[in-house]
Design a protein around this ligand. Sequence first.
Ligand code: FES
Length: 168
Amino acid sequence: MVATGALGAVGAIAVAWPFINNLNPAADTLALSSVEVNVQPIQVGQAVTVKWRGKPLFIRHRTEEEIKAAEAVPLSELRDPQTDNSRVTDSAKKVRPEWLIMIGVCTHLGCVPLGNKPGDPKGPFGGWFCPCHGSAYDTSGRIRQGPAPKNLEVPSYLFTSDTLVRVG
Ligand code: FES
C-alpha cells in the first residue's frame, strides 16, 4: 500500500514538471524530462558538466582552434562519420559551432571520459579521453582511436535564447 502511494507521487511529479519548468527557466538540475542551462557563464575554452536524466551532460564552449580542427577532419577518417556541423545544430536547425553539447558517456563500456574539467587530459585529438581502454574523442566528440564504436551522443537540444539552452 505504501509502495503504491510512493509510485503515485513520483508520477505526479513527472507530470507537473513541464509547468514548473516554464515558471523557472533557470533551473539547471533535473532527473526527468528536459533541463534548461544558462550557458552565459561558460567562458571560451571551458566546459561544464550538468546532470541530466541521471547522466553527465557535457557542454563545451569551443575555441576557434577547436572548431577549425573539428571541421577540417575528412569524413573518410571517421569510424562513425558525422560532420562537425551536424553535431552543433539545434532542433530548430540553428548552427552554433561554439557550443558542443553531448552525453558524457563513453560508447565503449560507459565510463565518463576525461577532458571536461580543467586540467583533465584531453587525449591525442584534443577532445576527451577515456582511460579505461584508451578511447580518444576529437573536439567534436567523435571517436578517433580506441575501442569505442560510436561518437559521444548529441542529444536533442534547443537554444531558446542566445544564452539559454533546453536539452531533451
Ligand atoms: S569505456 Fe571508454 S574506453 Fe572503455
